[in-house]
Design a protein around this ligand. Sequence first.
Ligand code: IPT
Length: 957
Amino acid sequence: MRARLLTLFTAIATVLAITVPASPPAASAAAPRHRVTYDHYSVMIDGKRVLLRSAEFHYFRLPSPDLWRDVLEKYKSAGFNTVSLYFDWAYHSPKAGVYDFTGVRDVNRLLTVAQQAGLYVIARPGPYINAETTGGGFPAWLKNVPGRARSSAPGYTAAYRDWLGHINKIIAPHQITRGGSVILYNVENEYAMNTDAAYMEDIQKKARADGIDVPTMTNNCCDAASWTSTWASGQGAVQIPGVDDYPQGFDCANPDASWGPWGAGLTERLRDDTPVFAAEYQAGAIDPDNAGFDKCRELTGPKFMKFFYKSNLISSGATAFNYYMGFGGTNWGWLAQPNDVPTSYDYGSAITENRLLSDKYDEFKRQNFFLSSVAPLTKTDPVTAPASSDKAIETVARANPDTHTQFVLVRHSDHAATTDDSATLDWTTPDGHYSVPVRVKGRDAKVLIAGYDLGGQRLVWSNSELMTHVYTEGRDVAVLYGTDGTQGSTVLRYASQPTVKVLDGSVKASYSSGDLRLDYTHSGLARVLISGGGRRPLLLLLGTDAEAAKFWQAGPALVRGTSLVRSATVAGGTAYLRADTAKAEDVEVFADAGRLVVNGSPVRTRVTASGSLVGTLPGPEAVHLPALTGWRSKAESPEAQPGFDDSGWVSASKTTTESPLKPKTPTVLYADDYGYHYGDVWYRGRFTGTGGETKVSLNAFTGKRGSYLVWLNGRYLGSAAGGVQADSDSPVNPDPGRGDFTIPAGLVKAGQPAVLSVLVENQGHNDDWIADDNRFKQPRGLYAASVEGSTAPISWKIQGVAGGENLVDRTRGPLNNGGLYGERQGWHLPAYGDRSWTAGAASQVAPGVTWQRTSFRLDLPKGQDVPIALRFGGPVGKGYRVQIFLNGWNLGQYGGDIGPQTDFTLPAGLLRQHGRNTLALAVVARTDATPAPVSLVALDNERGGVPVSDVPSPSSR
Ligand code: IPT
């Protein structure tokens, strides 16, 4: 499906290895400095090749800094050595020139935690990031700045230079060149179909001026046919151009329907003197059709990962991979871009929104441990692949030109085949010519290895896949695996016949002229100890996929069992583990140690026949969550009443706007033009009645899933769906969010003042995917307003979030609040006095806004990680939506108008695990409705976790 531009880019070959310009500003005295370089094959750190195994993480979708450590440690434990971080301009900047990098926005701390977790960092400060965030990372005030966004227009240039100046200053000291762990700097985001080279160049000039000295890169997306530049050469070129690829598409509703509908997913080589870089590779999906993220996890599950990741590794020779996402997180507050994402940004990732590890996590471990333990993979060239005896099975091969180690991809020739086929490979390995049996069940793919110096051993070939190997206690320990029930063979080379002891399982050994051949069936975990033969001993652990997934490779130890091993150190004969356990279970440790300490407690152990230590770890204490009782409720929407005092509101009297869409009203009514950028906004329009009014016609932009509610003289007239994105994706609708509302006779009296009140939801700002101001600068709020039967002018006032761009709540930031009356009065905040409210949860709400509040205490067992969500019961309610505030933090929107989501993550830290919590629910109803009941649910319970302190949450203003 996708055109390949390889030929074009081979023309751009300059074959020298490029050294990063070395002009780092002064580093702190003690911090070790390192150099990042690269060549045709890979990135190198201090001249040593590294295979970059990265996953994307959005700190802005996890508003609890202590949990950053939890997730990043989970990345590291999955075998990633790098994390890719977008920095979201909108998240930090409520107003032009104003930035906040404290609390949940403390990215300096984030970069420190990433380094402490042992991860390199790809820094991606945009300015544009996409990422399904509101405005694609652009702050909404940028809609008021003249000049096309994502271009070198002067207004935009001044704005993004200011942002980069602030964020670069934080990133620069964290570069590996100054003792940190940032190794690459991503310029813009998927700018391949745009042409403003001066802009691409200026971002880099600015970065260099701000002290960025690691290599620059960019992520080109996705359809090569649309590339006008890949920024591989010419003005604006980056040092390492990369490619984004989402081969499986986003049709989560049909996880099995097609295979690679968006292409084969092979990363293009864009230059000859840089490594092939999969800058974003699909590891989950957005869910535009509301199939639910578990379906997205299935769509992009282990089968997809095996096939596409391994195919890409061997076919493209990429040595840098950034998987999007490793953990998705939560669109809390008004963080979501309105079109494709609800509150959850789980993304069907390997680590779920509630930080649980899925079967995709297991597959990342199996692949990443292989990539990290087999160094020859960092430098390979394509070679002739062994011929397959059956055309149903195809092979692709690469080899390391120095060690000659070979890597052979084995999979079905018909990539979508689901059959079970066997073949023999006619394989000329570095150590001789062999007939190697292979079997492929369904859409599987394997990378087989031959001619590899495995520690002190020589692996001639194996039709099992190598997961990892370590050297410990004077011997090599290697884990190999294969599909359950399939035949396996492994051949090792010796000077003389070694002694083979099968410790577990059924394995047949035969020796002939230097080759020890082991034959077995992949089933459970077999163990074979081989000694003598002129080599140090080798313990082979031969398992199935499931058995392989039980292993953890942490520091100097190989560990089997427990739900997570975060780290391991060995000192003075003792192995110290930091680990999580979901239940009481055995842990087995292969390390130079005779004693075991887990999470600070000594564990009684015994030594196994395999020479490992086994001990039993305790499980977590049971947890009981309180029922949510003691509700109080109160209806508001006083703005709908004619007598409401709006003297403090702003007059909507502007006559010009930067939006390309010009309003149909005499004055501009767009909320952004008055500094009200997020959440709900109220309008009150006054006119003098004629008595002949019959109809109100309005038009409002809300973004997808939004609507607006209309009152006249205190009478509710109804609601309408708001206008959505208008661009080349969905051609401009001249009347996007029109609503007509009949005026009951007698409601407006001749010569009397009349008041129209309109509550417009703002579901977020369009992204700027194609650098089109028609899309990005599409307004939010009223676009047209007229009254049939009257020509009287309407004078409008507008009110959004308290303070507008001048943030009232700096802790929770610009995206936490909109302009509901209760929000302006602080009803969402813990200390608000609700004693006078009606006792009990409202069983019925009228159109407009009704609040419900309660509080509850938690005292969860210390040293346990219990992810908790707020669950809405029954069928998803229609005709209303609920904004959820926990201790004042807006943790999302529930309701049938929004999507099917019923569980809302309450992240520890915002959720006080030892203390009182306040829940406030703002119900915005378009019709009479019965709000769904809510309860607390624990989604997991682990002994372990990381210490989480309460995120500072002012309880009042
Ligand atoms: C890619 C974007 O770079 C990334 O920010 C995110 O939006 C991702 O898509 C989808 O979740 S590009 C896209 C065309 C697949």
